[in-house]
Design a protein around this ligand. Structure first.
Ligand code: GDP
Length: 140
């Protein structure tokens, strides 16, 4: 069933000039780009986005990294988009990511791992609303 999910091309991939290649990879996997924004997250925005991880030891470092340069946030649509994006991204740690996945191709470490993807349909709805208004995604 057609579903929406949220991806973020992280600062490492944008800085390395890989944003276009990653978007092309996603289109090649059947994702339609419904919305796309380039933005430089503030500290408060990054902290809020990763609120679920606030007790994790890497939280401060993750917030630092995610605010280190511009990102590209994209709303994606496809059949089985949430789980499909997770498969196309590969494992969090690029050393464990399957060959040909975005993280295997573009990530440099478990933190600087090039791309974010929503974990569940419920999480996707929250994350899409974080970056895009309903009006921007209706009929896109
Ligand atoms: P994801 O859903 O695959 O992105 O992974 P998580 O939700 O577990 O973690 C969120 C993000 O935090 C990851 O994508 C990494 O950028 C970062 N991260 C996760 N685990 C670690 C870790 O052990 N160390 C550091 N420095 N960063 C991590």
């Amino acid at each position: 069933m057609s579903e929406q999910t949220l991806t973020i091309i992280k600062p490492d991939a944008v800085a390395a000039g890989n944003a276009g290649k990653i978007l092309a990879h996603l289109e090649g996997e059947g994702f339609r780009i419904l919305g796309l924004k380039r933005l430089h997250l503030s500290r408060d925005q990054a902290r809020a986005f990763y609120e679920v991880h606030r007790e994790r030891p890497f939280y401060d470092s993750l917030v630092e990294f995610m605010t280190s340069g511009p990102v590209m946030a994209a709303a994606l649509e496809r059949d089985d988009a949430v789980a499909g994006l997770r498969r196309v991204m590969g494992a969090t740690n690029p050393e464990e990511a399957d060959e040909g996945t975005i993280r295997a191709l573009y990530a440099s470490s478990i933190e600087k791992n090039s791309i974010h993807g929503s974990l569940s349909p419920e999480n996707a709805a929250l994350e899409l609303a974080f970056f895009f208004s309903r009006a921007e995604l209706i009929g896109a």
